[in-house]
Design a protein around this ligand. Sequence first.
Ligand code: AMP
Length: 268
Amino acid sequence: MEINKNKGETIGLVPTMGALHDGHLALISFAYKFCDVVVVSIFVNPTQFNNASDLEKYPRHIEKDAAFLKKHNSKTLVFTPNVEEVYADGLKSESYNFGSIVDFMEGEFRAGHFDGVGSVLKRLFTIVDPDKAFFGEKDYQQLMAVKKLVTITGQKVEIIGCPTNRNEFGLAQSSRNFRLNDTQLKQAELIFEALTQARSMFDDYSILDIEKEVKKRFQQSALELEYFSIVKTKDLIPTTTKEPKEAYRGFIAAFLGDVRLIDNMALN
Ligand code: AMP
């Protein structure tokens, strides 16, 4: 892959783990609004999985992905490094001081996940040297952690977040959806419905009441709720009280069979 930065072109990087879907395409189209050249990296990063079977089962179809990207925009550059290229200094994670933003939710339930994300992105930013890098709000905690990462590493890349792309029923597009059958895809819509309900209850009900309602809906469903958290957007710390002028978000992780799905939404 050859990029001529001297031409003054703005380079955007969209890091992905492949198994590409419309959510990725929305992110890539978003990146083209800001950049002349868009590089999509496809790399299933071993250090961000805390569960060997999750890593093994992660869907991989690089050739299909490359064709999907080409059809979307033939100018998009695809970067598919192997593990040795990314982790030339050995397959290991560094630890980063991300602060409170990784203490709960994904940080709590996936030990070491964000250190793995930081370790791979630091390397991808070094290899590709983009001016901007794009991340989906679907992984909101990741987006905030990456913003923090570049302040820690001092890398000169601007981190830009893109709204979550959903199917017509609200289900957030995800590579993990490829592992769901048609019945499960319908069942998974509960995640969006619960977040939407939390948002509509937010002004009039206490956080504890909202949590109770959401948990009840999951108990009556095929999904197993791992967490539902209402947090302050600025620090991602769960709270049970509301303060005026403060922004809040709801976050959900739930299992459908052995497929783990996450989503989140602004509540006010
Ligand atoms: P992944 O391949 O799942 O690691 O995702 C690569 C990037 O695409 C991350 O920045 C994700 O947040 C983003 N992404 C994944 N799904 C969506 C979606 N439905 N809408 C917007 N961005 C997404």
